[in-house]
Design a protein around this ligand. Sequence first.
Ligand code: SF4
Length: 336
Amino acid sequence: MTTVPAGDRSFHDALRRARDADVDLESALTLFRGAARPERARRLFRAAAEVRDRTLGRKLTLTAHLHMVTRCELSASCNYCSLSSTIPSVSDERSPLTLRETLEGVRFALAKGVGSVVLVGGTDFDGSDELLRKIVTRIREFTDLPLGLDIGPSLSERTVRWLGRQNVSPIYCSMETIDEAVFADAKPGDDLAARLRFMGLVERCGGHLGNIVMNGLGTPESQLKTVLASRRFPHTTHLHISTFHPVPGTPWAHRRPASLATSLRLLAIARLAFPRLELGLAEVGVENPRGLASVASQLSAGGGNTLAAVLVYKRLRIDHRERIRDQARSLRFEVA
Ligand code: SF4
């Protein structure tokens, strides 16, 4: 029988329960705080990786993300987003692609042999239905590759049902944070209630959901609440943890970056709470140079099994496939 030091007992008990997906807010906090100590973090990550291996195995699928297939019409832009930067070269990173550029981007991704393409765009409460249908229709003329979509609550029920028939899944609608006050502070032009309503709509239409939680918004407790709030949406298949990184020229340019180590703790707890989800750190593209270094770390902390390997922006294309393959191989992962 293992002897557990008295001070370690609550962490040990929370981890034992979590191995069976028994994770509530209290035990999630115990794991999160306990794992501030490196030895406990290693135990947390090992448990999460074992759960991932048991449920999903060690085979990775690579995806491509295309930014931005639709314009973001929020006024004001989110305080952390490069769209809110006063520096044109920074805000231009998220300039919308023309239809032709979107189709070229998809062809570029196809040529790289990825397993799916996620179309990323901005939020438009007036609806992006017409443009989105045109984009998907044109893509379907040359490929039946699985498509995901991440354009916020910008679509009607009719379009969501139509997307289901076009094999578009998952449809992301990121909460970022479930804390209303924190959400309003970070995203003054956005609407959390509209996002939650849209997630419900996707589920009613039989679709699958993707969600992103931002490390850097609110307290650890509210971040863990946001992770666990995925339980409200049983059709969730993809959950990502993003790590706040200050973007020059934005209202939050001078905030301290959130720590990758904290994101990994959130990720590992998410794995224990949701053994079967596709989980990982959100791809951060041009905005965060630390992004790639996190591939091996996130796999070691229970992430997987889908990774964004190809990123297409208006003026930039990034291909991380070989570097991801190298990191994955060193951890004995197979890449599809
Ligand atoms: S909704 Fe997305 S694209 Fe629009 S401002 Fe916010 S973070 Fe940027």
